[in-house]
Design a protein around this ligand. Structure first.
Ligand code: SAM
Ligand code: DTB
Ligand code: SF4
Length: 350
């Protein structure tokens, strides 16, 4: 196996389209090779989501059940009390999650709310969980305050390609999203950013989304790839299904473009077969949302996920927190080389 290639931020659309066009087996093989240089191939990072403020969002994201622009029969909920969040976080930890992600349906956090979510971060961290929040747009000062409170990750998705974006959202621009991501990075937090597939976009849009994500420097540490969950009442409720094999290809391409990032097989697993999920893991997905609910829609029951992990011989990732990313990566690359030599030795002996 070749030494781990240098990380790149300059992938061209032609190169990315060419990866998508590879024979499926070749693409997945290549993604697996990259994956094994950087990660334990059977470890999956496990996050649990909680909606801390639900619905009545002023943005008009056409996929989203929480947008106040559409009637999705959603039960709205004001910002939760800190104690309630702590109870849920404790339960998530007991069920095996290592990261607790809190989402709010806001355009941006207001001052009075920011003080509450800072307290949530502190309290959830005390439980020994990693923390992630997704609260909409943040400025530099808000990002620094969240970082100071101890927030590990901030999630803000690019959602789709720059070209297709205007078909999906009109109330917030692509440039504003990128600006939020740079505030998060500057504040020293880890970036979680990805998108949604299956919104009627074209193949070129999927490539362009991944190109945008891979052009962020450094790459986002966490890249959620969501399959659209079609919610009745949203403008995308009747959009045509995306072929699951195209979705798996996108995971593989994300893995190749962003070798050291955790690629999360995110929303949409409830509607996926186990075989599609297994292919996504082969393609290099190594993170999931675990727990019966995403924010407002259903996720596979925890018990079903445990059974799937057992069937596939997967385990949840336990990070050696004393080890830096570089040390961990070097150790895994070394292990992949040893495994390769062992495999060759077995080949030679048969
Ligand atoms: N309001 C904040 C924001 O948009 O930045 C945070 C919450 S928002 C629900 C987080 C992400 O969930 C969105 O960016 C989108 O990628 C994803 N999402 C929302 N609805 C979805 C759906 N129906 N299917 C798949 N992903 C969805
Ligand atoms: C992400 O990329 N997906 C998660 C998380 N980040 C916040 C949200 C998925 C939401 C799916 C629709 C819902 O449950 O409301
Ligand atoms: Fe609001 Fe976020 Fe939903 Fe967009 S995705 S409508 S910003 S909650």
């Amino acid at each position: 196996m070749t030494a781990a290639a240098a990380l790149r931020n300059d992938w061209t659309l032609d190169e990315i389209n060419a990866l998508f066009a590879l024979p499926f087996n070749d693409l997945l093989f290549r993604a697996q090779q990259v994956h094994r240089q950087h990660f334990d191939p059977n470890a999956v990072q496990v996050s649990t989501l909680l909606s801390i403020k639900t619905g009545a969002c002023p943005e008009d994201c056409k996929y989203c059940p929480q947008s106040g622009h559409y009637n999705t029969q959603l039960e709205k909920q004001k910002l939760m009390a800190v104690e309630q969040v702590v109870v849920q976080a404790r339960a998530a930890k007991a069920a095996g999650a290592s990261r607790f992600c809190m989402g709010a349906a806001w355009k941006r956090p207001q001052e009075k709310d920011l003080r509450v979510v800072e307290e949530m971060v502190r309290r959830v961290k005390e439980l020994g969980l990693e923390t992630c929040m997704t609260l909409g747009r943040v400025d530099g000062d808000q990002a620094s305050r969240l970082a100071d409170a101890g927030l590990d990750y901030y999630n803000h998705n690019l959602d789709t390609s720059p070209d297709y974006y205007a078909e999906i959202i009109t109330t917030r621009s692509y440039a504003e999203r990128l600006e939020t991501l740079s505030h998060v990075r500057d504040a020293g937090m880890k970036v979680c950013s990805g998108g949604i597939l299956g919104m009627g976009e074209g193949a070129n849009d999927r490539s362009a989304l991944l190109q945008q994500l891979a052009s962020l420097s450094p790459h986002p540490e966490s890249v959620p790839i969501n399959m659209l969950v079609k919610v009745p009442g949203t403008p995308l409720e009747n959009v045509e299904d995306l072929d699951p094999l195209v979705f798996v290809r996108a995971i593989a391409v994300a893995r190749i473009l962003m070798p050291r990032s955790h690629v999360r097989l995110s929303a949409g697993r409830e509607q996926m077969t186990e075989s599609t999920q297994a292919l996504a893991f082969i393609a290099g997905a190594n993170s999931i949302f675990y727990g019966d609910k995403l924010l407002t829609t259903d996720n596979p029951q925890a018990q079903r996920d445990r059974a799937l992990f057992t069937k596939l011989g997967l385990h949840s990732e336990t990070r050696n927190t004393c080890e830096s990313d570089d040390t961990q990566s070097a150790r895994l690359a070394q292990r992949a080389r040893v495994a390769q030599v062992d495999a060759l030795a077995v080949d030679a002996s048969v």
